[in-house]
Design a protein around this ligand. Sequence first.
Ligand SMILES: NC(=O)c1ccc[n+]([C@@H]2O[C@H](COP(=O)([O-])OP(=O)(O)OC[C@H]3O[C@@H](n4cnc5c(N)ncnc54)[C@H](O)[C@@H]3O)[C@@H](O)[C@H]2O)c1
Length: 295
Amino acid sequence: MKLEPGLSAFVTGGASGIGKALSLTLAKKGVHVTIVDFSEVNGKEVSVLVERELKKFHPMLQAPSSLFIRCDVSNSGDLAAAFDKHMESFGQLDICINCAGISTPISFYQDKSDGTSSWRRAVNVNLIAVIDGTHLAIKAMKDKGNPGVIINIGSASGLYPMHHDPIYSGTKGGVVMFTRSLIPYKRQGIRVNVLCPEFVLTELAQKMDPKFIQLTGGFMTMNMVVEGAFELIEDETKAGACLWITKRRGMEYWPTHMEERKYRVNPGNQRGAHHTSFLVLKFHAVLRKLFPFRS
Ligand SMILES: NC(=O)c1ccc[n+]([C@@H]2O[C@H](COP(=O)([O-])OP(=O)(O)OC[C@H]3O[C@@H](n4cnc5c(N)ncnc54)[C@H](O)[C@@H]3O)[C@@H](O)[C@H]2O)c1
């Protein structure tokens, strides 16, 4: 997707950290942004900054070029209403970034509760709301006949275990596999990708063990994360792609072709890295029946 003035984006968790950086960078390209967050003070502040950037592209525009919507993404009705408001205001949805996320409020190892305010909450925000947001974004794009791109924010801890927060790690692993499984939507022009950063300095990362962060090489720059997200938005070949970003190694797609081959049903037949397995062919045949795919 070529990022150009007039497009519109919906960013959950846009009031701070990674979501804020992505909202501001999109605005610098002239993209209208709806910021969805439960933090009203921060959200309104980001919306003003976004509006300021957008004035440079749309000086005569009377209607707001950015929206802030206060919303707990784990409330499905409120999230659906936020999508409706975005569509009423901007008429279409080109980019959806499901970024809102939390660490688990109480350590799983010490948790004596039923999980309502701890691990269930983390699952609802980090995984269920990402599924819901993806579903609503696809519906909005299909209703308007305007396919776009969805970026789900996973984490490096969705690719390998983070022992001190197993629930966070589990939710992010869910986001990774959910998103990678959505590759068939590419046939309808909708690309869904997942971004998996290691550590970048934000409010959330400040709650992590600094010794562990040091072991990984310390914080990467926010710029690296933004670059990764923009690659997934702009590169039309990326669908069901998972981009891992670390300070140590930079950007790498996961799994590698070599790794992926191990999971195929007919590993004996290895004519090339892009070889399609019998299982995948069968799977696509089923999907063709289910969806009215474009040829
Ligand atoms: N910072 C890192 O090192 C890092 C690494 C990998 C992945 N991530 C992921 O990046 C995403 C953004 O995190 P961040 O580091 O920018 O943290 P952050 O705390 O700076 O930002 C998270 C934002 O999400 C909002 N939010 C949280 N729960 C919400 C809810 N229920 N409804 C609406 N808004 C909600 C918060 O108010 C906040 O504005 C998260 O999904 C996080 O898991 C972060």
